[in-house]
Write a protein that binds this ligand. Structure first.
Ligand code: CA
Length: 225
């Protein structure tokens, strides 16, 4: 069963999470500072991190940067009392998997944890990606829709792969751009042109957003079908 690290300085919330996560059968480690969390995550036994942003020793976003410096795939779910959209985008830019606003129900948190763990199990295998009628064969660098090959340009292919590798997760414009072109290599308007090209090729109707959904002002998400 998965090992979950809870980085949360509010003891009452930390204890509540420990109790409910243990009931679900997860292994739990709770720490109260960013420093202790970064150190524990570095031991390599952690499968998922639940992170509070308001920590006594440093901002939680620095924990995300510290962990993403050595692990792109370790799932991080941020729980925050801040309802600030800019804060949320900052977290998604830094590569967190999900963002849950306090107060939240235990059931909601459990669902987010299951989704994040499924996603990380998915990214570990994969020489081939399948989602509904869409297939990406990474080795052959080919894309198929219901078995028929679709011809994408080099950048369209790269954008599609970034979305596929993060299926079910909203990616910010900056995140996609940094993965495909490098930081500052394109802008949201430029990205929109590539996205329109991909949609023309893979969506039955470019307006239905069956595969790729626009999150207005934030970015794009590939729907899990
Ligand atoms: Ca706190």
């Amino acid at each position: 069963m998965a090992e979950i690290l809870v980085i949360e300085d509010d003891k009452a919330i930390q204890n509540l999470m420990k109790i409910s996560l243990r009931e679900e059968g997860y292994g739990i480690k709770g720490v109260s500072t960013a420093r202790a969390g970064i150190d524990y995550a570095a031991t390599g036994v952690v499968d998922l991190i639940i992170l509070d942003l308001g920590l006594p020793d440093m901002d939680g976003i620095n924990v995300v940067h510290a962990i993403r410096a050595y692990s792109e795939n370790l799932p991080i779910i941020v729980v925050s009392a801040r309802s600030d959209e800019a804060e949320k985008i900052k977290c998604l830019d830094a590569g967190v998997n999900d963002y849950v606003q306090k107060p939240f129900s235990t059931a909601e948190l459990m669902a987010r944890i299951r989704a994040a763990l499924r996603h990380s199990a998915h990214t570990e295998q994969a020489s081939r990606f399948e989602n509904g009628a869409l297939t990406i064969d990474y080795a052959a660098r080919s894309v198929y829709l219901s078995g028929t090959e679709i011809h994408l340009t080099n950048y369209e292919y790269k954008v599609l792969c970034v979305l596929a590798q993060n299926v079910g997760k909203t990616l910010t414009h900056n995140f996609i751009i940094s993965k495909v072109w490098g930081t500052g290599g394109n802008d949201a308007a430029g990205l929109r042109v590539f996205m329109a090209g991909i949609r023309r090729k893979i969506e039955k109707d470019p307006y239905t957003q069956e595969f790729i959904r626009t999150d207005v002002w934030v970015g794009y998400r590939m729907n899990k079908l």
